[in-house]
Write a protein that binds this ligand. Structure first.
Ligand SMILES: Cc1ncc(C[n+]2csc(CCOP(=O)(O)OP(=O)(O)O)c2C)c(N)n1
Ligand SMILES: [Mg+2]
Length: 183
């Protein structure tokens, strides 16, 4: 049965700030689910902690909001125990590449059949803008006393080095590219 993208909205109030890229990502996800005709009951979305990690609340599907940085072990366990389910992990760059960096690397080694959406905004958004591992050297956010003194981690390079066999990067408001639509 085909569902319109709007039918993948959960009805939970979306409390991300106006203009935040997270809105683009959840819209693209709902468009992709519609295009692939995925039934909400066949899907599980698993997140860690952060602004990005609120996403499972906003999508009509099964959802688990787990611990900071620990979404990948949860998601991999769900997929291995229930291979017929579609499993999507989602979280921020702090969640996935800071506290969860070890899981990020080892999930690539396993490379099981699931999707991981990493919202990369360069900051710990939920806790007001501290530098995440992907913030560029020399950038200063409101929460930093001085410009960032660390080199950034490039998520896509780490993904490829870790063994992920499909790794792609896009822009949060390029919905056509995010959903791999061709004009
Ligand atoms: C174990 C633990 N350490 C620290 C925190 C505080 N904390 C909450 S969210 C967060 C980082 C969020 O950044 P990111 O994952 O990039 O998500 P964003 O808010 O930018 O989408 C931190 C450090 C926590 N909740 N749990
Ligand atoms: Mg972030």
């Amino acid at each position: 049965m085909v569902h319109k993208p709007s039918e993948y909205k959960s009805g939970v109030y979306v409390d991300w700030c106006p203009g935040c890229g997270n809105h683009g990502i959840v819209s693209a996800l709902q468009m992709a689910l519609s295009e692939l005709s995925i039934e909400p009951h066949q899907l599980v979305i698993v997140s860690g902690v952060g602004n990005a990690a609120k996403l499972p609340h906003f999508v009509k599907a099964n959802g688990v909001h787990t611990l900071h940085g620990r979404l990948l072990p949860f998601a991999m366990g769900i997929k291995m125990a229930n291979p017929d389910l579609k499993v999507i992990g989602v979280g921020g760059d702090g969640d996935g590449l800071g506290i969860g960096a070890g899981h990020f690397v080892n999930a690539g080694r396993r490379n099981i059949d699931m999707v991981y959406l990493l919202h990369n905004n360069g900051v710990y958004g939920l806790t007001k803008g501290q530098a995440s591992p992907t913030l560029k050297l020399g950038l200063q956010t409101k929460a930093l006393a001085q410009p960032n003194i660390n080199e950034r981690l490039v998520a896509i390079s780490l993904a490829i080095a870790s063994g992920y066999t499909f790794a792609a990067r896009s822009y949060a408001f390029d919905l056509g590219h995010l959903t791999l639509q061709r004009s």
